[in-house]
Each structure stands twice: as C-alpha cells, then as structure tokens.
Design a protein around this ligand. Structure first.
Ligand code: FAD
Length: 427
C-alpha cells in the first residue's frame, strides 16, 4: 500500500514579493502555506521604488519596523523631468485621511536582494513551509489543479498535493507557460528594452528630497530612472525601444554610460564618471497580460499574470496588493464557501484586472498624450484623483468613476485606443 500523501491547503510558486506577501497574509489568517522558490536568496532583482499604497500593504503585514531598522531610504515622492530638463512635475507620496483628505506620507526604496530576503525570512519565522526548488509541472485532473511537481537543487523530483496552487512566479509565468491559464498576450510596451545598474556618489536633490525617485523623459518610450538605494548607491536605468538599442551597436555598459550623459541635462550632471558598482543588466519583452488567470484550484498574483510598464513603479504594488486581496478569496475557498462555482476566483480576477486597467489607461495617456496628461497633473480640479492613481487607490467602483479616468479613456477612444489590452498572443 502506498502511503497517503498530505494535501496542503496552498502551495505558492515563487518567493518574490507576490509570493512572500501572499504567504504572510495567509500566515496572519492562521494557515501554513508551502512556498517553492527556485533561486537561492539573496539574489539580484530589479524593481526598487515603492508606491504609497505598497508601503501601506507592507505596514499591514507588520514590516515597518524591519524596513526602518534596515535604514531603507525614505521616498516622499517622484519628480518627473520633461525633455531637455525644461519642465517637471512632482508626485508626492500621499494617503487619504479618514475624512477623505489627501495627506503627505512616505514610503520606501528597497534593494531587492535584501528586501526579498527580508520578506522571505519573516514568512519563515512566522511558520512558512519553504522549499528551495523549481516548480516543473502542475498536477491537473479533470481540469482542476491539484498540486505540482518540482525538482530540488540536487535534482530530486518531488510532488506536492494541494487544494490550491498560487502562481507568484513573476515573469517566469509558470501556469501560463504550462497552458493552465489562457495564453500570454503581448502588452503595448512589449518592444522596449531596459538597461540598468547602480552607481555610487551620484548627486541627489538636497535635504529630505535626497532619497526620492527621479524620472527623466527624453521622448516617447525613451526615459531613465534614478532611485537611491542607500547613502552611497543609486539604481540607474534607461528604457528605450529595442530597435533603438540594436542600432547603436554598443555594449550594454557603454550604452548605459552614454545615455546617462545625453538623455536629459537634468540627469547628466548628477552622474559621476566612476565605474558602475553592479553588473549592467538588461530586461526586454516584459509587458504582457493573461486574460484568464484563475480557475479551479489555481490563481495568479503579481507579474505572473500581468506587467504593464515600469515607468511609475507599480510592479511591487500590484504584487503585494494582489497578495492581500487574493487572500480574502483564498480563505473563503478553503473554507468551502466558493465550492460549486465554475471559477471560484472569477470575482477576484475581475476585481484586480479592473484596477490594473486603470494603470494601463494612465500609461497610455502619458505616452500617447503627454500634454493632456500634464494638464491633468497640474489642474487643481483633477490633482487629487491623479494622486490617488499614482498612489495605487485603484480598487472597487469609486476609482472607476473618477472623472480623470473617464477623461483619459474618452481621449484614448477618440484616437482608436479603446481596449486596455493589445491582442497579440506571445509565441
Ligand atoms: P518576482 O519578483 O519576479 O518574483 C518571482 C519569483 O518566482 C522569483 O524569485 C523567481 O526566481 C521565482 N520563480 C519563477 N519561476 C519559478 C519556478 N518555476 N519555480 C520556483 N520559483 C520560480 N516595480 C516597482 O514596484 N518599482 C520599480 O521601480 C520597478 N522597476 C522596474 C524596472 C524594470 C526594468 C522592470 C522590468 C520592472 C520593474 N518593476 C518595478 C517591476 C517589479 O520588478 C516586478 O513587478 C515585481 O518584482 C513583481 O513581483 P513578483 O513577486 O510578482 O515577481
């Protein structure tokens, strides 16, 4: 007789912020999830600037004390410099008070190797069952996901039976690659390339502004970021159309160095002529979405189902916010309250996708109609709503009814961009 294997409540694929935040939320609710991560931490990862609401999610997970103790840089906002360094706009990190008033607050910049390790260690301290290994195959019976097979670093094949598999594999898009979700569709900002590294001793803004994010615009789809990581290092990156990079015929290192000096005069004077202190890396084809990312026995969180564009730092926010939101559905599912439904997570899927659609609209408007966008950021009548969007207050019906959102969608529709999605299946 074969031994009866344990059926776990929830198995999470991926130990990035989406996976660990999901684990932390489930642990807070008294569950003991299993998490599989293929890379040994600490490991490098891009994505270092948090939105205000991302900070709020981390505070609700009890992470504030640790982030403060680690001296993560405090971010009060973002300055976006226009072409040639001539204009700028400021987006403060702001929250809503109980009375509904906008109030300045702060969030963090994070070095991802350390931040991701901190979240994972905290989850393990709180009882996470963590396994180092690579998820290879979901176990699917009659259209229902019932667990997964994974391989340990020593090459041993293992399997886990589970009532629910949560895909938090980021750009690895585990369940999409295995055909469990609907196919991956290219996003509008797919043919872009980011080249990035870190540099010590770059010149920052004075005083409290020293650790804020700076964004430099050159022209459509051609921009740069400047994100302080500690008192010395700043993350610097340049994003361009992929064919622009190919035409330059330069190494990534030379390309980044030259772009930092020529992209925008407000950036050039900040960058010292010293070597980069991190490997110069590239990321491309990072913009995609999956329409159906939930079903019987599975759901996706964070980059594993959608990533739009890095410019306004929404990636980590969606990862930890969807972790928080999905946990509400997961608990009801595990309590047997969503049994019988054709897709127990359909409402979760619609709820979080509608929020991501708002950011798709924001980006489409920024890239397609920068002057109209600037008017919305500067106009007193629309400023509050813009700040809500930048912070990440995107969920439920109220944000959908915002006049700013309607105005942007009307503008896009007048120019033939009605759908927030582009319909090209990634081969
Ligand atoms: P990840 O952080 O990628 O974590 C996924 C984890 O799953 C990884 O550790 C991986 O090793 C593991 N994994 C994958 N496949 C498997 C498998 N089969 N088995 C086991 N483990 C697996 N976001 C921001 O908020 N701010 C920014 O400033 C920002 N800048 C960005 C700049 C660029 C150029 C890009 C491309 C993105 C940027 N982002 C930014 C986005 C951010 O990096 C991601 O949105 C964020 O990391 C998503 O978190 P996640 O947990 O979903 O995925």
């Amino acid at each position: 007789m074969s031994p009866i294997s344990k059926i776990h409540d929830a198995v999470i694929v991926g130990g990035g912020p989406a996976g660990t935040a999901t684990a932390l939320n489930l642990l807070q609710a008294g569950l003991k999830p299993v998490l599989i991560e293929k890379e040994s931490f600490p490991r490098y990862h891009i994505g270092e600037s948090l939105t205000g609401e991302c900070g709020a999610c981390l505070r609700r997970l009890g992470m504030e004390e640790k982030l403060v103790a680690e001296k993560n840089p405090v971010k009060w906002g973002v300055t976006v410099w226009g072409a040639n360094g001539k204009n700028q706009f400021w987006v403060p990190v702001a929250e809503r008070t109980e009375e509904g008033k906008i109030r300045e607050t702060w969030t963090w910049q994070v070095r991802r190797s350390r931040f991701d390790q901190l979240l994972l260690d905290t989850a393990i301290e709180r009882g996470l069952d963590y396994r180092l290994g690579e998820a290879k195959e979901p176990i699917v019976q009659d259209g229902v996901v019932k667990g997964l097979r994974y391989v340990t670093p020593k090459g041993n094949a293992e399997s886990l039976d589970a009532r629910l598999v949560i895909d938090a594999s980021g750009q690895g898009t585990f369940l999409a690659n295995k055909g469990v979700t609907s196919p991956k569709i290219r996003g509008r900002y797919d043919r872009q390339l980011a080249v990035f590294s870190q540099i010590n001793g770059a010149t920052r803004d004075p005083g409290d502004a020293a650790d804020n994010t700076l964004i430099f615009y050159q022209r459509k789809h051609h921009w740069s970021w400047f994100i302080p990581l500690d008192s010395e290092a700043v993350s610097v990156g340049v994003v361009v159309p992929s064919d622009y990079f190919s035409r330059q015929k330069k190494s990534k290192q030379q390309f980044l160095r030259d772009e930092l000096k020529t992209l925008n005069p407000q950036l050039a004077w900040r960058i010292p002529d010293t070597p980069f202190v991190e490997e110069v890396r590239g990321a491309s084809n990072y913009s995609y979405h999956v329409d159906t990312f939930t079903g019987k026995g599975f759901l996706c969180v964070g980059d594993s189902h959608r990533f739009i564009d890095p410019i306004f730092s929404f990636g980590l926010f969606f990862a930890v916010k969807e972790a928080e939101i999905s946990s509400r559905w997961i608990l009801r599912y595990l309590d047997g309250k969503l049994n019988g439904a054709h897709n127990p997570f359909q409402d979760y899927q619609e709820y979080v996708d509608r929020a991501q659609d708002i950011i798709q609209t924001l980006m489409d408007c920024f890239w397609g109609f920068p002057l109209a966008f600037l008017r919305l950021v500067h106009a007193p009548a629309t400023w509050d709503q813009m700040i809500d969007m930048f912070a990440g207050r995107l969920y439920g019906d109220v944000p959908q009814q915002s006049t700013v959102l309607q105005a942007m969608r009307k503008l896009l529709a007048e120019h033939g961009q009605e759908s927030p999605h582009e319909a090209a299946v990634i081969a």
